[in-house]
Design a protein around this ligand. Structure first.
Ligand code: NAD
Length: 454
């Protein structure tokens, strides 16, 4: 048996140990999930809907407990962690309507009746990263279960606790045994086995583009379906004709949320040259005013980075001679604290081109609309972004021209459970959330019934 020791990122104190699943454990779980899926798919739609609503209700009753676990395991500020736990409930509620609404089509054809069925795929493998353990897990497992599948979920090595608790709560809510199983373990063991196991029919992978490409290549051997949610290097484009005060005041929240460990982080702020100095003047107090500290405190806006290893990776982007414009604060002492940091590098610098995944933002000037669009698109990523302008026509033109899956105009919102989410280019493949997500966990079956002439 292998165990791993988890560490509280705000204190560096040992938290608890977790037993890691081995390959035989995955095979056993998948075999049991396969059996559970058959009876789940055969249950009445209303019964499956009620089971998902019951799961949502039990999660709702445990929001405080789940949030406290995430504070301790991931260092998320308590307010954010509560939102994340509540989001699990909301996503389950939203997709609890699916079983009774997953209607196929009736298509007019000659000689009979033609209908389509949305058949469940079977067992779905969900692999999640450490940055938002609860939301990213539920984006996979809720629509997958709602579409009639079983789910095996592998949380990230550093942050498995809330996912493990959600597995227990599903059981407590009365979801059929083995239908939803959480298997903590290594990517190289549990993740790889999901990919190679012939009875896992689809992989939902969220994580780095590097691992995502390996997942896709492995899945190809069995023509296994994949949804990939990968990295990002999103642009926050600030035009001279916007509400500059608001753009500057909100920019830190668009990138430093979750200490920048956010695939949607607007980590490149692009500012029209004629307002660049004014913007930087306004940005400085907003960055310095960010409350960085104990994640359990109610007024904390930013916590620590998730681990020592990740801290070292982020810190390597800010050497002593880095072009630092200004920095916010961070507590001293134990914990993986990194202050919000604003850089003004050249366009070709690696801080501009690579995903840092920490509280480091680059600010670059641009000349005009065409230059802004070219700069925003000058990346292999395409996940999210923001556009600040009071000119409606410009907002429309630019939002159509930026190659990214989730844009917001005059705000930094990215994720709502009822709207689709996913990336262009190397930020991913497929879409999660929104009304259509359950369809990506089904196969369309077409059946033609010949009708004889009377
Ligand atoms: P990661 O790719 O290192 O790991 C993600 C998951 O994959 C973990 O559970 C890991 O154990 C597993 N894994 C590792 N190797 C594997 C393998 N060979 N086969 C199968 N699974 C394997 O990513 P991370 O460091 O945990 O997360 C950070 C990354 O996630 C960032 O790039 C970020 O942008 C991305 N992310 C994307 C989204 C999105 O929705 N697009 C959301 C959150 C995070």
């Amino acid at each position: 048996m292998t165990i791993t020791e988890l560490v509280n990122p705000a204190t560096e104190q040992a938290l608890r140990t977790v037993e890691l699943t081995d390959t035989a454990g995955v095979d056993d779980a998948v075999a049991r999930a396969k059996v559970a899926q058959k009876s789940w798919a055969a249950a009445a739609p209303a019964e499956r809907a009620a089971a998902l609503r019951a799961f949502a209700a039990v999660v709702d009753a445990h929001v405080g407990e789940l949030a406290a676990l995430e504070v301790a395991n991931s260092g998320h500020p308590i307010g954010a962690a509560e939102w994340e736990a509540g989001h699990v409930r909301d996503v389950l509620q939203f997709y609890s309507a699916t079983p009774e609404r997953l209607s196929g089509k009736q298509i007019p054809v000659a000689g009979g009746l033609d209908v389509t069925f949305n058949e469940p795929m079977g067992v779905i493998g969900v692999i999640t990263p450490w940055n938002f353990p609860m939301p990213i897990a539920v984006w996979g497992f809720a629509p997958a279960l709602a579409a009639g599948n079983a789910v095996v979920l592998k949380p990230a090595e550093w942050t498995p606790l809330t996912s493990m608790r959600l597995g227990e709560l599903a059981e407590q809510a009365g979801l059929p045994e083995d239908l939803f199983q959480v298997l903590p373990g290594r990517g190289s063991v549990v993740g790889e086995r999901f990919i190679s196991h012939p009875d896992v029919r689809k992989i939902v992978f969220t994580g780095s583009t590097e691992v995502g490409t390996r997942v896709m290549a492995g899945a190809a051997a069995q023509v296994k379906r994949v949804t990939l949610e990968l990295g990002g290097k999103s642009a926050n484009i600030v035009f001279a004709d916007c509400d500059l005060e608001r753009a500057a005041a909100t920019a830190p929240y668009g990138v430093f949320d979750n200490a920048g460990q956010d695939c949607c982080a607007r980590s490149r702020i692009l500012v029209q040259r004629n307002i660049f100095d004014k913007f930087m003047e306004l940005l400085e107090p907003a960055v310095k005013g960010l409350v960085v500290g104990d994640p359990a405190a109610r007024d904390t806006e930013m916590g620590p980075l998730v681990s020592r290893k990740h801290y070292d990776s982020v810190a390597a982007y800010v050497p002593d001679d880095a072009p630092v414009a200004f920095r916010g604060s961070a507590p001293g002492g134990p914990g993986f604290w990194f202050p919000p940091t604003v850089l003004t590098p050249e366009r070709t610098d690696r801080t501009v081109t690579e995903e840092i995944f920490g509280p480091v933002v680059t600010v670059l000037p641009f000349e005009d609309e065409a230059d802004a669009i070219a700069l925003a698109n000058d990346t292999e990523y395409g996940l999210s972004g923001s556009i600040w302008t009071d000119n409606l026509s410009r907002a429309l033109r630019v939002s159509r021209a930026v190659e990214a899956g989730n844009l917001s105009v005059n705000s930094h919102s990215s994720v709502r459970y009822n709207t689709p989410f996913g990336g262009f280019k190397q930020s991913g493949l497929g879409r999660e959330l929104g009304p259509d997500a359950p369809l990506s966990f089904t196969e369309t079956k077409n059946v033609f019934f010949a009708v004889e002439e009377s």
